[in-house]
Design a protein around this ligand. Structure first.
Ligand code: ADP
Length: 260
């Protein structure tokens, strides 16, 4: 019922604004199908608290689907997804304490930077006191404190993406989901944003991050562990060093450019 949903949402929001970070993400035999097309097949993957795990692999291999399943935008046809100790498999997105940033930052163009960041908090039912504290705090984390009154069109692409990250962090999510966050940016800005994300992870060592990218440099620079996907399956998983030194199969070796 609607009242149950509202109630559920309110209690989830209290969890969010209480400020938990650092929960494990678990995929247990997760499959996703669109009609008869199986796009994720029995995925088993753990992202430990405070880790960045990057999912790489060719286009169409199921990376985004895996991420969207954690967010709750895609329902698994089988298996279980956990965030911390909670089985979230059947929870709607708004009852999962996740922050998400996608490729095309999607800030609201008619709202100032501070209003964009406040929006997510308000949607979670945060009080005005919390909003007043969290908005500048989150913007400061990504170096955007001086830009609170700007509109998105007055910012560069990299700055807009920083605001999107601040908006995702403002609710103090249990996990941060990043879907090709740097892909729309030009090469130079991408490099400085990579540094920025590395710094953010040092500043927030408990934040658990699942990072989807087609860019190996991003994965190698940021991730504690890397998963390589193909055809809806996880073909390899390990630290960058172990994957390069001992790719577990020919596909992983070729994908990492180590075929010979
Ligand atoms: P990746 O992120 O690795 O590029 P995706 O997870 O986006 O891969 O897509 C995996 C497969 O699922 C692709 O074949 C894609 O065409 C298909 N797919 C993704 N979303 C949908 C959808 N909403 N309906 C039908 N097929 C989809």
């Amino acid at each position: 019922t609607v009242s149950e949903k509202v109630h559920g949402s309110a209690s989830a929001a209290q969890g969010a604004v209480a400020g938990n970070t650092g929960s494990r993400i678990g995929f247990e035999n997760v499959s996703v199908a669109y009609g008869s097309l199986v796009v994720l097949e029995s995925l088993n993957l753990t992202v430990n608290p405070g880790e960045i795990v990057a999912l790489i692999g060719p286009s169409g291999s199921g990376k985004t689907t895996a991420l969207r399943a954690v967010a709750g935008f895609v329902r698994p046809s089988a298996g279980r997804i956990t965030i911390g100790d909670r089985d979230v498999t059947h929870l709607p997105p708004y009852e999962r304490n996740i922050g998400m940033v996608v490729q095309n930052y999607a800030l609201f163009p008619h709202m100032r930077v501070e209003e964009n960041v406040a929006f997510g908090l308000r949607a979670k039912g945060a009080s005005e006191d919390i909003i007043r504290a969290r908005v500048p705090e989150s913007l400061a984390m990504v170096g955007m404190a001086p830009y609170t009154k700007r509109y998105p069109r007055e910012l560069s692409g990299g700055q807009q993406q920083r605001v999107a990250i601040a908006r995702a962090l403002a609710i103090r999510p249990q996990v941060l989901l990043l879907d090709e966050p740097l892909s729309a940016l030009d090469a130079q800005i991408r490099r400085s944003m990579l540094d920025e994300l590395a710094k953010l992870h040092r500043d927030l060592p408990n934040l658990t991050v699942l990072y989807v990218t087609h860019d190996q440099t991003e994965a190698l620079t940021l991730a504690n562990h890397i998963g390589i996907m193909r055809g809806g399956k996880l073909k390899a998983f390990g630290s960058a060093q172990s994957l390069f030194r001992h790719p577990p199969n020919r596909f992983a070796a070729e994908f990492l450019g180590r075929a010979n």
